[in-house]
Design a protein around this ligand. Structure first.
Ligand SMILES: Cc1cc2nc3c(=O)[nH]c(=O)nc-3n(C[C@H](O)[C@H](O)[C@H](O)COP(=O)(O)O)c2cc1C
Length: 167
């Protein structure tokens, strides 16, 4: 099974979180995971072959970054419909910088694309992930375990939904 992590990262923080999540998805086994920073582009053929796509955005003004919004609004090569979709976000402010709002701004796009949106939420008990990991920039190193767990849960759900051999 293939899974993509599509993110935008200007100064590296969201990219580090994406690596943690990709590590967890790979740990689920039988899963090829590739990461795409929108700065460098996306391999549409690979993404189209994926069962799940995990999106990561830095919080810009309590929403997704404009680079990801632009990608959603202009990309015509990637088909997301019917795939499992999940979202995480980074932010700078430890006092509520709007990362959850940023996640939800991505979720609206995933719904419009026809994705099956999932976060693991409370399904597996603690730690609850709620709507998706929100990581304050200065806390990134200490969130590795949670992000790894998120990636693993998304991959396991993709396997449960689509089967190891279906993609
Ligand atoms: C234009 C812009 C707007 C931002 N708005 C917010 C914000 O509303 N809340 C916040 O906590 N951080 C905000 N930030 C900080 C980024 O979300 C944060 O530094 C993020 O982790 C950067 O990710 P990156 O290192 O992957 O580029 C903003 C940064 C930029 C450049």
């Amino acid at each position: 099974m293939k899974i993509s992590v599509i993110y935008f990262s200007e100064t590296g923080g969201t990219g580090r979180v994406a690596e943690f999540i990709a590590g967890g998805a790979r740990a689920a086994g039988d899963t090829e995971v590739r990461l795409f920073n929108l700065k460098s582009g996306v391999d549409a053929d690979f993404v189209n072959d994926c069962a799940a796509v995990i999106f990561g955005t830095p919080t810009y003004c309590a929403g997704m970054c404009w680079q990801m919004k632009k990608w959603f609004d202009t990309d015509r090569g990637v088909r997301l419909g019917g795939k499992l979709g999940a979202v995480f976000a980074t932010e700078n402010s430890p006092n509520g910088g709007g990362a959850e709002a940023a996640i939800l701004s991505v979720v609206t796009h995933l719904l419009v694309k026809g994705m099956l949106v999932y976060s693991s939420g409370t399904e597996f008990g603690r730690p609850f992930i709620h709507i998706g990991p929100t990581v304050v920039r200065k806390n990134i190193p200490e969130k590795e375990e949670l992000c790894d767990l998120f990636g693993r849960r998304i991959a396991l759900k993709a396997h449960a939904l689509f089967g190891a051999s279906s993609r």
